[in-house]
Design a protein around this ligand. Structure first.
Ligand code: SF4
Length: 471
């Protein structure tokens, strides 16, 4: 396994509407970070912060392994990610960084093990058993299915064929939500009395929690307490699992994808092993030279790598909830005090009442990236006069599909949009035209900078032109 001086970058889809979509990508990044295999581990998303355009900024390591946490290859892995990161193939030199672009997680042969483990796990957890699955059980692998991309269904068909070949179950079939073979037809697709359905999705969300249970004819969706496995109906039992992408085993699949790509890329050259000053080194210098406490957004930084909400500056540690891991910090900051998802980390609605102590500068960097994604990197680039700025027009032109309509927004409508969303709802200073602002920061403060209109604003632009978005 490559360790040395390399960074790992996990790329997920994310969502501006709920935290479920990005959760598995964060979860696997946390697990891999915990194992200490890479010098740095970062995440980036299509729909959330930090976005793909800012992904590589988060690290100055010379070699970066970029792994798409996607279930299949297709539009995102073949077009969007390469375009946004500036990749031209399996190995791309971007400035002084060497980016190794790995295959998507879902394509690795180890996914077969992940599917089998998930199927076995859901049965074991239920308290009931299937004494002879090779005679009585059918495993369905359930995907979405779309006429736009054959690749997503191809991989499900291949996985089902491989599991059939192993003969562990009486049958194994692919089923789809929107294409044949339809998941709603499961009763006629197999005569087996025991049926297990595993959703072949990266994250849990509307599809796996609600849509598929409805298509299966279950009376409760997975979010309801009354949901239970197995579901019994005359002569049959049905177990329904959560999305495969949430399985802890996926961290190993990600590492396997890196290992495979690293073999083709060869050893890191001695020159590549020597990275320039890392972001944490610069953070250390800034905090050692400036007045303390330091400040970023609504958070203050104190000696001992301590972070807390600025309004809790005078609270004793016993009055605050001590968050012991990045995962706990993530769970705390993802919702506002009303329990609603915070799609915008720089919104001035960070909840109070917590305290987080990192163990070193790298840990502090990681925690600050959770609180304000990629903002340390943006600030350092801005100080060096190297922060790329993207005018609204260019951001709008990049939008495709349902979001293409934002290209039609004129400057007056844009100004109105900024006044109603950015002004009251975000602590960042806009640097992009035509809505740019000046940046003022006092000593000891790391300013939050907005180098391009974010996905949240693009979503609001679409909403303004078309009405509310649903996902
Ligand atoms: S576009 Fe507006 S809402 Fe989005 S990050 Fe920038 S300032 Fe904040």
């Amino acid at each position: 396994m490559p360790v040395h001086d390399a960074a790992l970058l996990l790329l997920g889809h994310g969502s501006t509407l709920n935290a479920d979509s990005s959760a598995p990508t964060y979860q696997h990044a946390e697990e891999i970070r915990r194992r200490g295999l890479f010098a740095e581990v970062h995440v980036a998303f299509w729909k959330e912060e930090p976005n793909f355009r800012q992904a590589l900024r988060q690290t100055r390591r010379r070699r970066v392994y970029a792994v798409p946490n996607f279930i299949s290859s297709g539009y995102f892995t073949e077009q969007v990610i390469p375009r946004e990161l500036g990749l031209t193939g399996a190995i791309t030199q971007v400035g002084d960084q060497e980016i190794i672009y790995c295959d998507p997680v879902g394509l690795h042969p180890a996914m077969t093990e992940a599917l089998l483990q998930r199927a076995q796990g859901v049965v074991e957890k239920s308290g009931e058993t299937i004494p002879a699955p090779a005679r009585t059980a059918c495993l369905f692998i359930c995907g979405h299915g779309t006429s736009f991309n054959d690749n997503s269904t191809k991989i499900i068909h291949e996985q089902a064929a491989e599991i059939r070949r192993r003969g562990l179950y009486a049958d194994c079939q692919p089923v789809l939500m929107e294409q044949t073979p339809f998941v709603k037809d499961w009763r006629t697709l197999t005569p087996c009395p025991d049926v297990i359905v595993v959703p072949f999705f990266i994250s849990d969300g509307l599809h796996s929690f609600e849509d598929i249970p409805v298509l299966l004819g279950l009376t409760h969706n997975m979010r309801e307490k009354s949901f239970q496995n197995p579901h019994h109906e005359i002569g049959r039992r049905l177990w329904y699992a959560t999305a495969i992408g949430t399985d802890a085993f996926i961290a190993d699949v990600i590492l396997a994808q890196v290992e495979q790509a690293a073999k083709s890329a060869g050893e890191i050259s001695p020159a590549a092993e020597t990275s320039p000053a890392t972001i944490e080194v610069e953070l250390e210098q800034f905090l050692k030279c400036g007045p303390l406490p330091g400040k970023i957004g609504q958070v203050i930084l104190r000696p001992g790598f301590e972070l807390r909400h600025q309004d809790d500056a005078d609270e004793g540690p016993d009055a605050l909830q001590s968050l012991r891991s990045l995962e706990e910090l993530r769970q705390w900051i993802r919702l506002d005090s009303a329990g609603d998802f915070r799609p915008l980390r720089a919104a001035p609605n960070l909840q109070r009442g917590w305290l987080y102590r990192a163990t070193d500068w790298a840990g502090l960097h990681a925690a600050l990236d959770y609180l304000y994604p990629a903002e340390l990197a943006n600030w350092l680039l801005w100080k060096e006069g190297r922060l790329p700025l993207t005018p609204w027009r260019e951001t709008a032109e990049r939008q495709t599909g349902r979001f293409r309509i934002v290209r039609e927004m004129d400057e007056n409508a844009l100004a109105e949009l900024v006044a109603t969303n950015c002004e009251p709802g975000c602590l960042k200073r806009r640097l992009w035209s035509p809505a740019g602002q000046s940046v003022k920061s006092s000593g000891g403060e790391i300013p939050l900078l907005c180098p391009e209109a974010c996905n949240f604003l693009v979503g609001k632009a679409r909403e303004k032109l078309k009405g509310p978005e649903t996902e």
